[in-house]
Design a binder for this molecule. Structure first.
Ligand code: KG4
Ligand code: ZN
Length: 342
C-alpha cells in the first residue's frame, strides 16, 4: 500500500501546532509555537489572547511543518484537525484553517478529539504498540482513565469530578511562587524535597463501589490551608518538601486508580498521556508498581505529552483509514465528549 501522509493541526489551548505523520506512526515534522511566554504574566491562559495569537501564527506553523517534512500539499492524503474539547475561540482558528486548506487542496478533512489525540502520541513514541491497553490521560484540562479497545474504540473507566491533575499542579506551583505553568517546576523542585514531610490527603471517591473517578480539589485545598496556617503563625517551610509531598499525594492516586483499571479490564499495558505524563515521579512510580504485576508502562517523550499536532495527525490517520471525514460545516465544540462519554 502507498504511504499515507496526514497533516495534523492543533490549536485547542495555548499551543499553535502542525505536524506531518506518515502511516500513523512516523513523525516527519512537529512544529509547535507555544504561547507560554505571553500568558505567563497573567498566571494562566487568557482565552482571547490565545485566539489572537493562533490567528497570527497558524499559517507560518503549517508552513514550517510542511517544510520540515519536505513535502508539498498535493502529497498529503488528508488534513486532520482538533475540533474539541478546548477553548472555543482557539479551536475555531485551527478548524477554520484546516477547512480552508482542505478545500483549497481538495483533500479530505478528518475531525479529531483532543483527548484521543493525547492517547495516540503513544503510537508515535512506540511504533509496535497496539491496542488494547489502559491509558491515563492527565493534562491541564483533563484527567481520564480510558480503556483503548481499538484504534478508534475508547471507553472511559474514570475521570475527575472536579480539577484536572495538571490544574492542581499549576495552582500549587502558583501558591509556592514557582510561576506558570507549574507542573514541570514542581517536578524539578520535588527532587530536592522529602515526599513524606507532610501527609496530604489521597482522596478516593466511593471506594466501596470500586469507582475509579478522581478528585483533586481536596488535596489542592489541603496544601493551601496548610501553607496558610504556617504563614499565619510566622513559621517557615521548605518549598521542596511541600512540592514533593503534594506530588506524592497526586501521583499515588493516579497510580492506584490506573493500576486498578488495568486489573479490572485484564490489560497488561498501561500508557500515560497528556502534560502530566511527563512528570518523572508519576512515570517512575507507575513503572515500579506495574512491573510487580507483570504490567508494562509506556509513555511518550515530554514534547509529545504536552499539546502537539503529531498526536492529532496520528489520530487523523486512523480516522482516515475508517473514512471518518467531516464536511465543510465542521464546527468547534468546546466540551466535546469522548465517544461513549455520558
Ligand atoms: O496536555 P497539556 O499540554 O495541555 C492540556 O491539554 O491541558 O498539559 C499541560 C499541563 C499543565 O497543567 C502543566 O503544568 C502540566 O501539564 N505538566 C506537568 C509536567 N509538565 C507539564 N505536570 C507535572 N509534572 C510535569 N513534569
Ligand atoms: Zn492537551
Amino acid at each position: 500500500m502507498n504511504d499515507v501522509l496526514i497533516l495534523g493541526i492543533e490549536s485547542s489551548c495555548d499551543e499553535t501546532a502542525a505536524a506531518v505523520v506518515r502511516n500513523g506512526r512516523e513523525m516527519l515534522s512537529n512544529a509547535i509555537h507555544t504561547q507560554i511566554n505571553i500568558h505567563r504574566e497573567y498566571g494562566g491562559v487568557v482565552p482571547e489572547i490565545a485566539s489572537r495569537s493562533h490567528v497570527e501564527k497558524i499559517d507560518s506553523v503549517i508552513d514550517a511543518a510542511m517544510n520540515e517534512a519536505g513535502i508539498t500539499f498535493d502529497m498529503l492524503n488528508a488534513v486532520a484537525v482538533t475540533y474539541g474539547p478546548g477553548l472555543i475561540g482557539a479551536l475555531l482558528v485551527g478548524v477554520s484553517s484546516a477547512k480552508a486548506l482542505a478545500y483549497a487542496i481538495k483533500k479530505p478533512l478528518v475531525p479529531v478529539h483532543h483527548i484521543k489525540g493525547h492517547i495516540m502520541a503513544n503510537f508515535i513514541a512506540h511504533p509496535n504498540l497496539k491496542p488494547p491497553f489502559v491509558c491515563l490521560v492527565a493534562s491541564g484540562g483533563h484527567s481520564h482513565i480510558v480503556e483503548v479497545r481499538d484504534y478508534t474504540d475508547f471507553h472511559i473507566l474514570g475521570r475527575t469530578r472536579d480539577d484536572a491533575a495538571g490544574e492542581a499542579f499549576d495552582k500549587i506551583a502558583r501558591v509556592l511562587g514557582l510561576g506558570y505553568p507549574g507542573g514541570a517546576k514542581i517536578d524539578v523542585l520535588a527532587k530536592l524535597g522529602n515526599a513524606e514531610a507532610v501527609d496530604f490527603p489521597r482522596v478516593r471517591i466511593d471506594r466501596d463501589k470500586n469507582c475509579l473517578d478522581f478528585s483533586f480539589s481536596g488535596v489542592k485545598t489541603a496544601v493551601i490551608n496548610y501553607l496558610h496556617k504556617l504563614d499565619q503563625n510566622g513559621q517557615a517551610y521548605d518549598k521542596a518538601d511541600i512540592a514533593a509531598s503534594f506530588q506524592a499525594a497526586v501521583t499515588d492516586v493516579l497510580c492506584e486508580h490506573t493500576l486498578e483499571a488495568a486489573r479490572k479490564t485484564d490489560n497488561k499495558i498501561i500508557a500515560l498521556a497528556g502534560g502530566v505524563a511527563s512528570n518523572s515521579e508519576l512515570r517512575a512510580k507507575m513503572t515500579r508498581l506495574a512491573v510487580k504485576e507483570g504490567i508494562e508502562v509506556v509513555y511518550p517523550p515530554p514534547v509529545l505529552c504536552t499539546d502537539n499536532a503529531a498526536m492529532i495527525a496520528c489520530a487523523g490517520y486512523y480516522g482516515y483509514m475508517k473514512n471518518d471525514f467531516a464536511d465543510l460545516t465542521l464546527n468547534a465544540v468546546a466540551s466535546l465528549p469522548l465517544e461513549d462519554e455520558s
